[in-house]
Design a protein around this ligand. Structure first.
Ligand code: G1P
Length: 289
């Protein structure tokens, strides 16, 4: 079967880069404007035709599960007060997806987190979306990758070109260009020094993978940082099956970084018709122009 029905979203991290905000709430619940980051990510998967979201979580992540459930008390109050618009907003999130939560009981890395999702995914291809990467595009990035998977019947990672000074922040792919945006991948390196990078094409957290990745993950030894790296498992996969990289269309924000988070907040606020003029006015005020 070729249809992508499930998405794995690793969400077990402590979010230390956002302390103190993340001391008592999951970093995934921090909003970009008024929508939690995790909802932006789930919406991208849902817009790609995916209904089942496999959330790989840890302790203290329950607010994420509550967010995607109905809140009867809130909905009842909104209904009685006649606040239909807000009631619709609340209910839409509750009905957005089927959420399957699985615990990653030890922090052994991204590859290990994806492996934790195996029993929920089963023997079918699936998407992986990382929560620190927000990608703004007309066709959701995951949908672009799903279309490639379904056409080519091969695993595919989303890539973007980065400056040489930034390759050490990402998983980097190398291989042969098949077309203007498509590459057949034969090398992957997790966070290489710029002199060791096979290219400047970086993976910003979007993947559509064949279930063979699970076997590769089980065989992957700890790599960079002593963690089981998804990038290393993909290198194994590339030796066994076709692996593609697609230079997706869209703008990517690194919301795991404070400046990237502010960048995303401004960009998303300016896209909201009811906020755009007000945001421009406060920006002018702060910039003194
Ligand atoms: C992870 C992956 C890396 C990928 C990056 C995208 O690293 O290991 O391959 O390029 O996400 O954000 P992290 O940023 O979690 O250290």
């Amino acid at each position: 079967m070729n249809k992508i029905r499930k998405a794995v979203i690793p969400a077990a991290g402590l979010g230390t880069r956002f302390l103190p905000a993340t001391k008592a709430i999951p970093k995934e619940m921090i909003p970009i404007v008024d929508i939690p980051m995790i909802q932006h990510i789930v919406e991208e998967a849902v817009r790609a035709g995916i209904d089942d979201i496999v959330l790989v979580t840890a302790r203290h992540k329950e607010p994420i599960e509550n967010h995607f459930d109905y809140n009867y008390e809130l909905d009842d109050i909104l209904e009685k007060k006649g606040k239909k618009d807000l009631l619709d907003v609340s209910k839409a999130v509750g009905g957005m997806c089927n959420l399957i939560a699985i615990r990653q009981k030890h922090p052994l890395g991204l590859g290990h987190a994806v492996l934790c999702a195996e029993s929920a995914v089963g023997n079918e291809p699936f998407a992986v979306l990382l929560g620190d990467d927000l990608i703004d595009s007309e066709v959701p990035c995951t949908k672009q990758l799903v279309d490639i998977y379904e056409k080519e019947n091969a695993s595919v990672v989303g890539v973007m070109e980065v400056p040489a000074s930034e390759v050490s922040k990402y998983g980097i792919v190398g291989g042969m260009m098949l077309g203007p945006r498509l590459m057949e991948v034969d090398r992957l390196v997790e966070k290489p020094a710029s002199k060791d990078a096979p290219s400047r094409f970086a993976i910003p957290g979007r993947y559509v993978l064949s279930p063979s990745i699970f076997k590769c993950l089980r065989e992957t030894k700890p790599g960079k940082g002593g963690e089981i790296q998804l990038t290393d498992a993909l290198q194994l996969l590339a030796g066994r099956e076709r692996l593609l990289a697609y230079q997706f269309e869209g703008v990517r924000y690194d919301t795991g970084d404070r400046l990237g988070f502010i960048d995303a907040t401004l960009a998303y606020a300016l896209k909201r018709p009811e906020l755009a003029d007000g945001v421009r006015a406060v920006m002018r005020k702060h910039l003194g122009s």
